[in-house]
Design a protein around this ligand. Sequence first.
Ligand SMILES: [Zn+2]
Length: 86
Amino acid sequence: MKCVICNGNDIKVKTVDEQIALGDDIILTRLTLPVCSQCGERYYDRKTIQLIEQIRVKGKQKLLDVEDVGKILRVREHNPSASHTL
Ligand SMILES: [Zn+2]
């Protein structure tokens, strides 16, 4: 199997934390799927896509058993005119 993105042939099955966006929240779920070692492209089969979809649906209905793992922080957009002059 060759990577469709970078044409590399080093695709290995790995366990990764997939990020599923749910409104302002991000749900992490551990998935085992083929990942390109060169560019990081993940290859989802039908089953994995269904699993992600299920998690999204359950997440919306608050039916997931989840735990806090940390915070997601966003860099505040700073005003360019207030930044240091060149
Ligand atoms: Zn690749």
